[in-house]
Structures are given as C-alpha cells and as structure tokens.
Design a protein around this ligand. Structure first.
Ligand code: CP
Length: 312
C-alpha cells in the first residue's frame, strides 16, 4: 500500500484534499480483495481499541465499522446509548472524559447534533471518525459511494450522478455530492422545492422532473431516504404524492434500462416511498455493493488515521 501522512481524525469531506481521497479509495481496493479469502482478517490493528459510539440508530454504519475493525484484529466496544448513563443526564464532555480514561485508540461517533464529532476530537487523543452528525456530514458514506461508482466506471471523470429526494436534511447528500465534485463527477439534484436547499452548492444542477433527469442522461441515480425524523414541518403533501413525483417506479425503471444507469441508495430504504419492491430488484442496483464497499473503505480509513495515543 502507498503511504501518505496520516491525519488524526476524519470529520468531513470538505477538509480532505484529492491526494487523501485517492489514498483512502485506492487502499480500500486490497482490503476488499481480502473478503474473497477464507481468512478475512489482517493483524493491522492488533492491540488497538475501537469504540463505536452511536447516539442515533444505525444498521449499516455501526455494523460495518464493527466488521472493519474486527477484520483488522482490533478490539471493538459498542457503546449503547439507551443503556448508558447518557439517559441519566450525563453530559457529552463527561462521557468523553470517561471514555478517554478507557484509552480507546479510535472513536467512531454518530450524533444527532452537527459538530459533535469535532468537539469529541478536540477533547481526546483518540482518532475520531464522524459516522454521521445531524445534517452536516457522513464522510465514510461518501467514500464508499465514490468507491462504488469508480468500480463500475473506472473512467469516472465527467460521469453524471443525480441525487433524488430530501437533499435539505441529508448529510449523505452533502458529503457525497462534495466528494463526487472533487473527483470531477457531475452532480444534479431532483426533489420537492422545499427539500432542495437553494445555493448550497453552486456545482449542482437543479432538475425539475424525471423527464429532465432522463434528458440529462445520468450514469447513476442516487435515491435518498425520506427522513421523516428530521422534518419539523410538512415538506410535501403526502407520502403517496412523494412516491408519485419522486419515487423510483416501473415506468422510470424502463428509462433507467434504456440509459444503462445504475441505482444507488445509502439505506435504510423506505419501500413504497422512494423506491418500489421491483426497483429494489433492478439488475443495475448497487445498493448491496455500497454496503460491501463500506467495510473496505472503513478499513482503509482506520488504516490511515493515526491516534495521538499511537506512540509505536
Ligand atoms: N447509510 C447509513 O448511514 O445507514 P445507517 O443509518 O443504517 O447507518
């Protein structure tokens, strides 16, 4: 594997330069090749500890970090908020101090408030990885998305990806669009006007209908989950209306097939809202590949970051 100066933390995509992005994506490839072997473990992080600290629910990200750390021979602790003293009113900083005393090498944190992983990073010598904070960032999701696109399009520069749905509340949309733009991939968005932030990213083309999407000729369509839990107002009339206007259905699949476009989704999927059962079975769906690549990318991230506790 090539070498590059390590960072302590991974908090967002904006602060990564192209060399760092390439480094992680290239190093994820040999980690993925490991998955084909009968023994999938390497000793890279033997003796190191990884703490998974999820203040919000997660299936893919938390289990993927756990598998990634296990495959690198680290010791993993999953910190369950519902059974921790956080529910008794312990403050974030007190929790960090307690965790610091455990001398973890890596802290993977998801929190409902934007910026919390950054605060934790300032108060600990452990490497902190943002596993999703509020509307702000989900950098490992963006990296796994980029890896997935690069696998199907080795000549990825100039390719086109349209992101569909709740861009306003989506840390995935923010991080993934920023990363794709850095890699020279064109990004467009489609969604209800109330869920498309005006002027957030000048590089994103605003499309107004599926006809405009298909005329734009995307190489991949990236559906976002409708995030009911983050919507404080009513952003569209009803779920049925959303599905009719923006969901991936059988008519739109016909157009996808004509274009040979791939389908992506970060999960968890709301069947019948942003995607139908039929579209879940689309032969060019990359959803399972995204999950698999998540493990490889997270192994590459753990390999790259260097905790201040690491004196070896
Ligand atoms: N994509 C993603 O973050 O999924 P989880 O919420 O299941 O971790």
């Amino acid at each position: 594997m090539s070498e590059l100066n390590p960072r302590k933390d991974l908090l967002d995509i904006e602060s990564l330069d192209l060399e760092e992005i390439e480094y992680v994506l290239e190093n994820a490839v040999p980690f993925k090749q490991l998955f084909q072997r009968s023994v999938k473990k390497v000793p890279t992080l033997r003796g190191k500890t990884v703490l998974n600290l999820f203040y919000e629910p997660s299936t893919r990200t938390s289990s993927s970090f756990e598998v990634a750390a296990n495959r690198m021979s680290a010791d993993v602790t999953n910190f369950t908020i519902s059974s921790s003293s956080v529910v008794k009113g312990e403050s974030l900083l007190d929790t960090i101090e307690t965790l610091q005393a455990m001398r973890s090498d890596y802290i993977v944190i998801r929190h409902q408030a934007a910026g919390v992983p950054g605060i934790v990073a300032k108060h600990t010598g452990a490497s902190v990885i943002n596993a999703g904070d509020g509307y702000h960032a989900h950098p490992t999701q963006a990296l796994l998305d980029a890896m997935t696109i690069r696998e199907v399009y080795p000549e990825y520069k100039g390719r086109k990806v349209v992101i569909v749905g709740d861009v306003l509340h989506s840390r995935v949309a923010r991080s993934t669009s920023t990363l794709l733009n850095k890699l020279g991939i064109e990004v467009a968005v489609l969604g209800p006007g109330s869920l498309i932030p005006e002027g957030r990213h000048e590089f994103m083309t605003r499309l107004r209908s599926w006809d405009e999407v298909f005329d734009w000729k995307p190489d991949a369509v990236y559906l976002l989950r409708v995030q009911m839990e983050r919507q404080e107002g009513q952003f569209f009339p009803s779920i049925a209306e959303y599905h009719k206007m923006y969901g991936m259905n059988s008519q739109r699949l016909v157009r996808m097939r004509e274009l040979g476009a791939y389908l992506m989704h970060p999960g968890p999927v709301n069947r019948g809202v942003e995607i139908t059962d039929e579209a879940m079975r689309y032969e060019r769906s990359l959803i399972s590949t995204q999950v698999e690549n998540g493990i490889a990318v997270r192994m590459a991230v753990l390999h790259w970051l260097k905790p201040e506790t690491d004196k070896d």
